[in-house]
Design a protein around this ligand. Structure first.
Ligand SMILES: C[S@@+](CC[C@H](N)C(=O)[O-])C[C@H]1O[C@@H](n2cnc3c(N)ncnc32)[C@H](O)[C@@H]1O
Length: 415
């Protein structure tokens, strides 16, 4: 099993790189994914309509074998040193394995797909712009949905991350998307710095750009580049408010009329730390479904309006305000799924799922790095759009709403 790195000469005397898997690796990934597909269909129905899924075994294969080999080969071919991958990036790769942590990304990708469906100006080509690629989860989700529709013959775009290691993980994740479909959905090319014109004009190509997001967007305004959507998944919270505002200001200039500006991000200091005792209680509670549904219905009755996010959940907090229990459809399915494995003495799978829950809830610990809440970015965007017509498709809601959300989202369409 091996990873192959190819190098291409581009216009502007630059190079681009692509990651490929050999046939043995392709077969291994396909077979692990097929096994997991059946497990999901049986145990995790909420996740069945998601843009994609990933077996935890494939996640381990990427982090333990594919990424290290990819890094080694890439360094050799590109002559550039690549840093060790941040554990945060590996965690975001895994987020698709836990429905509660993936469902808002999945929902956002579906919102974009639906808006595009209603945009009669979009014919063959869709041009997309993401920032802060991480493991490429948002990119893979949306490209999969758009390609599934079969309507857009040419889906292209750019996504930027300052970390070369994150870009390599994303390249592996996106190559995974290509091999799962018999026909590759999109060409994935890695570049350092500016995007060469030859790649920008290449149909069905996603450029993974290693660069600073703030600077790369400003450069694109000078080059008069235009996109159908600007997508910031888990990006804006990690910048200062001024930097975030600068990127949103660039987005307003880069997005065409009828184009989309969408964001999703963690809120400050919303920590989920489910103690092992609570996990075990949930796993061994055979009435979990009835009890959780009853609690959610009671809460729904008390609420005079539903969360904008349509995400039915209750957070139970301890005295320090840390979330120690999540009551949701995803949690019911996850804990019942673990119980199913335990009762069948499938300890290996049970432990893998427990690990996924720990990684998934651990994502919230980044709340301590949040500099700007998504609702603040939303308000900045509205200010930037004061003299522009737009419609709000999804907003973070009132303070009382978003204060009880680990993640907040917004989607705006320019007119
Ligand atoms: C939370 S992770 C990304 C998440 C990803 N979009 C997702 O939703 O899974 C944040 C990413 O932002 C990247 N990042 C941080 N500062 C950046 C900058 N100035 N320009 C571009 N990327 C940056 C980090 O390297 C990291 O991969």
């Amino acid at each position: 099993m091996d990873v192959i790195v190819n190098k291409f000469q581009e216009s502007d005397a630059t190079f681009s790189y692509e990651i490929r898997f050999d046939s043995e690796l392709v077969e291994k990934i396909r077979s692990l994914q097929n096994v997991w597909k059946r497990e999901i269909e049986h145990n995790n129905p909420s996740a069945v309509g998601a843009p994609y899924f990933m077996s935890p075994m494939v996640g381990e294969l990427i982090s333990d074998e594919i990424f290290p080999r990819c890094k080694e080969q890439f360094q050799k071919i590109s002559n550039k040193m690549i840093e060790q991958v941040d554990t945060k990036v590996v965690s975001v790769l895994y987020r698709v394995t836990v429905w509660d942590t993936y469902q808002l990304i999945s929902r956002n990708a579906k919102i974009v797909t639906k808006i595009f469906e209603e945009n009669s100006d979009l014919k063959n080509e869709v041009n997309l712009r993401w920032i802060c690629t991480g493991a490429g989860v948002a990119e893979r989700s949306l490209i999969t949905l758009l390609k599934e529709r079969g309507e857009y013959k040419d889906v292209r775009g750019v996504t930027t991350d300052i970390s070369a290691a994150a870009i390599l993980v994303a390249a592996c994740n996106l190559e995974m998307m290509n091999i799962e479909d018999e026909k590759p959905l999109i060409n994935v090319r890695i570049v350092f710095g500016s995007v060469p014109t030859s790649l920008r004009n290449r149909p069905n190509t996603l450029v993974l750009q290693i660069d600073d997001a703030v600077i790369s967007l400003e450069r694109e305004i000078e080059d008069n580049i235009k996109y159908d959507a600007f997508l910031a998944d888990n990006a804006l919270p990690y910048f200062t408010r001024e930097e975030g505002r600068a990127m949103l200001s660039s987005a307003v200039k880069l997005v065409k009329s009828k184009g989309i500006i969408q964001a999703l991000g963690l809120n400050k200091n919303m920590f989920v730390k489910i103690p092992l005792t609570n996990k075990l209680k949930a796993i061994f509670n055979t009435n979990i479904k009835q009890e959780y549904n009853k609690l959610m219905d009671e809460k729904q009755k008390k609420l005079d309006k539903e969360y904008q996010h349509g995400y039915r959940h209750i957070y139970i907090k301890n005295k320090k305000g840390i979330i120690i229990q999540v009551i949701s459809e995803g949690a019911i399915e996850m804990f019942s799924w673990i119980r199913e494995y335990l009762t069948k003495f499938n300890l290996d799978y049970a432990m893998k799922l427990m690990k996924m829950v720990t990684i998934g809830t651990g994502l919230s610990s980044w709340g301590k790095y949040v500099q700007t809440n998504t609702v603040e970015s939303y308000r900045d965007l509205l200010e930037l759009l004061l003299n522009t017509n737009y419609s709000v498709i999804d907003c973070p809601g009132e303070d009382s709403d978003w204060k009880d959300m680990v993640l907040s989202t917004f989607t705006i369409v320019l007119e």
